[in-house]
Ligand binder design. Structure first.
Ligand SMILES: [Ca+2]
Ligand SMILES: [Ca+2]
Ligand SMILES: [Ca+2]
Length: 298
């Protein structure tokens, strides 16, 4: 009798652990691999938890961490370009692959312009990239203009997907692009293929208030789905099936045609499923099976 009770308790304990682990997996989904609020005051991979390093793809202008006493009231990444179509890149801590249908990687962040953004259909760009085995390890110093053909910065060959936001008060052409890597800067150049059409009705960013942006890449059966938008509004929800990229290790912000100071904050990258999630899920299943089998045998 005592032996049976112990056995019963043990089986229940294992099953309960299994159920708890399974619930945790399904509720938690993936995990954040980047949460950068620039609290530690620098743009290196510093003291902040889930911090990453940030680099300029150009040797002019500046990129630094700055306290915005205005609308953001926080440390921010201050991007001060002095050329159009340059970028700031962030290096992810690992290469993340979308292996199974439903796996996704999502970049989200807050941003604001220091002065009213110009009227540009190509106003601000953000993307998720693969560094093509030449990661950025420092600010680029080799040329003034990353868009010159002779210029070969580490991020020039990066391939991935980016969202293009229209700004100011002119015409609207929000866009999604696949960038193959090779010409111009990252988030710039003619090395690109538009995915879907222009979105011409949703709001442009036309002020210095704080806005949020996101881009999510989800593996589908035939390719990837790209979901992107601003201020929690989805501007695109679009599948692409030609020349599909599923492996990523970087993110980028491009100033496009606006040669203006932009602040970024609360940069997050979420990866689903996080690679380490598979083991607890399997253990949980094993626990459930053990209990079920044990119960049946009685
Ligand atoms: Ca901050
Ligand atoms: Ca590269
Ligand atoms: Ca390019």
């Amino acid at each position: 009798m005592m032996a049976f009770r112990l056995d019963f308790v043990r089986r229940w304990s294992i099953a309960a652990l299994g159920i708890a682990a399974l619930s945790w997996c399904s509720v938690a989904g993936g995990s954040f691999i980047v949460i950068d609020g620039f609290d530690d005051g620098g743009r290196t991979n510093g003291a902040d938890p889930l911090d990453i390093a940030w680099y300029r793809t150009v040797n002019t202008g500046s990129l630094d961490v700055f306290y915005d006493s205005g609308a953001m009231n926080s440390n921010v990444l201050r991007f001060t370009p002095n050329l159009t179509f340059v970028a700031a890149v962030g290096v992810l801590p690992t290469t993340f692959s979308l292996d199974n249908v439903g796996d996704y990687i999502e970049l989200s962040f807050d941003f604001r312009y220091l002065s009213t953004p110009g009227s540009q259909t190509s106003g601000l760009r953000w993307g998720i990239y693969n560094d093509a085995s030449t990661p950025a390890t420092a600010d680029d110093t080799s040329s003034a203009d990353p868009n010159s053909l002779a210029y070969n910065h580490a991020s020039k060959n990066d391939f991935g997907y980016y969202f293009n936001l229209s700004t100011g008060t002119g015409s609207t052409a929000h866009q999604l692009w696949r960038e193959s890597g090779g010409t111009g800067s990252i988030t710039a150049g003619t090395d690109r293929f538009q995915i879907g059409g222009n979105e011409t009705t949703l709001p442009k960013v036309a002020n210095t208030a704080v806005h949020s942006g996101f881009l999510r890449i989800t593996k589908t059966a035939a390719g990837v789905n790209l979901k992107a938008g601003v201020d929690n509004t989805t501007y695109f929800d679009q599948e692409t099936t030609s020349t599909v990229y599923t492996s990523f290790n970087g993110i980028a912000f491009g100033n496009a045609a606006n040669n203006q100071v932009i602040y970024f904050d609360n940069v997050r990258v979420e990866a689903v499923p996080e690679p380490g999630m598979l083991l607890p899920a399997l253990l949980a299943l094993a626990g459930l099976v053990y209990y079920a089998v044990g119960r049946k045998s009685r």
